[in-house]
Write a protein that binds this ligand. Structure first.
Ligand SMILES: [Zn+2]
Length: 442
């Protein structure tokens, strides 16, 4: 019988709910079974495709005027190449106080902590003032079509809420004797794009004057790669930097758009992962990740396609992205078609409300301070579906100090993904207190 959040995390890792993007991967049915056993309450199962299960519990509050709160962890994990691991990625072994396994960081640690914290409400031991929703969902790692997205679109009466907690739980940031707890308040927009050119096939032995799609595309891509990405000092970035306890000079360098890129280069020498985060949190980012062209080595390429992962800060929309691409490609872009394959604007929740205060109270009780650093996520999470409907969404955790902010970032989808058992337990305690404070205050 699984009792605590650490054992639950181990079981979730061993379930191997690997989502490779195909509909017949994931098999979240396994972890839904684990959660239902752990909770002893059936809940409502949502299964839009075979074995792609999510489970939802909605406990009505005893005060119909009180705000509702949803906890929404995901159950799936990304694929793994075991050759880079020092242990079996699905054995969930504990070494030196760390649970190793795919999903230990993203996000089964949080799933286990949330499940532990909501259990007394689901079993009737505690009664929430407003509605409490607990939705453990499938398919986050490929966009939520078989999980959160579908639930929000089709079952809003079941999963809708005023406030919500999901990803990302980051470790505390410690600078000197100042410690702050990052709270994810928003995420960048995603504007994945295909850049495509057409040419005319002819013999590769006589290329003079030929119309080569690949040569046109790489010339345009050279402009995309070499043009500096636009930066912006968003309120989210200024809010984050202002809460870290940095000295005035560091704050100045990180918030002056003319000094920022040099500062990022300086930070990269000692901490490349942190530099990468700071860059992404302050810039439009473009990563040209896929290229396909031509049919045969001796045939002039008649078609070329590149796929670019583009992420925009709040305020940088599709129009902004396309304008940047056009400018960067210059005249080489005249023959390039830009085809959007994902258009999702950045979403941000405001701070200073019942849930924000409840998190502050809980952090103060467990960590002795209430320094919450509002943090913009560079990745997309399920929160965006609720934010688009007006829900205030945050991600938060409480770690034990054995992993830094940048170490954690480097373990996301990485080799030897691991989480300390103490961090899992502290995060579960945090959620228990957040729930208590939230329902007491509201
Ligand atoms: Zn995740």
């Amino acid at each position: 019988m699984t009792e605590g959040p650490v054992e639950l995390l181990q079981e979730l890792i061993r379930n191997q709910c690997v989502n490779d993007g195909s509909a017949n991967s994931g098999h979240e049915v396994r972890s839904v079974g684990t959660l239902r056993d752990f909770l002893g309450v059936a809940g409502e199962v949502f299964e839009p495709a075979p074995d792609r299960q999510s489970v939802v519990y909605r406990i009505p509050g005893h005060d119909p005027t009180a705000p509702s709160l949803a906890l929404v962890p995901h159950l799936d994990v990304v694929p793994v190449d075991p050759t880079g691991w020092s242990v079996d990625p699905f054995a969930a072994e504990i070494h030196d106080g760390f649970v190793y396994g795919r999903g230990a960081v993203d996000m089964l640690n949080v799933t286990a902590a949330m499940t532990t914290a909501v259990r007394p409400y689901l079993t009737g031991e505690k009664s929430p003032r407003g509605d409490l929703v607990f939705a453990a969902v499938a398919d986050e790692e490929t966009g939520g079509r078989l999980g959160a997205k579908a639930l929000v679109e089709e079952r809003w009466g079941l999963v809708g809420a005023d406030y919500l907690l999901t990803e990302i739980a980051y470790p505390s940031i410690e600078l000197g004797d100042h410690r702050s707890v990052p709270v994810s308040i928003g995420e960048k927009g995603a504007y994945w794009s295909v850049l495509e050119t057409r040419g005319r096939p002819s013999h590769g032995s006589t290329p003079y004057g030929s119309d080569n799609a690949l040569e046109k595309l790489v010339t345009a891509l050279a402009g995309v790669v070499s043009t500096p990405a636009p930066a912006a000092m968003t309120p989210e970035w200024l809010g984050f930097v202002g809460r870290l306890g940095l000295d005035d000079e560091s704050v100045r360098r990180l918030t002056d758009i003319d000094q920022l890129d040099d500062e990022i280069d300086r930070i990269a020498v000692g901490d490349p992962t942190l530099a990468r985060y700071i860059h992404a949190a302050t810039h439009l980012t473009l990563a040209t990740n896929m290229l396909r062209a031509g049919t045969k080595v001796n045939v002039v390429a008649d078609r070329a396609r590149a796929q670019v992962d583009i992420r925009g800060l709040p305020g940088m929309d599709r129009e902004f992205v396309d304008a940047h691409l056009r400018k960067a490609m210059g005249s080489a872009g005249d023959q390039v078609d830009i085809e959007p394959i994902m258009d999702g604007d950045a979403t941000v929740s405001s701070v200073g409300n019942t849930l924000w205060d409840a998190i502050g109270d809980a952090v103060e009780e467990l960590d002795g301070h209430r320094n919450l650093a509002p943090t913009l996520m560079t990745v997309a999470t399920d929160a965006r579906f609720w934010r688009a409907r007006g829900t205030v969404c945050y991600g938060v955790g409480l770690f034990d100090g054995r992993m830094s902010f940048s170490e954690m970032l480097s373990l996301f989808h990485g080799d030897d993904e691991r989480m300390s058992t103490a961090s899992v337990e502290r995060t579960a305690s945090l959620y228990e207190r957040v729930l208590e404070r939230f329902f007491a205050a509201s």
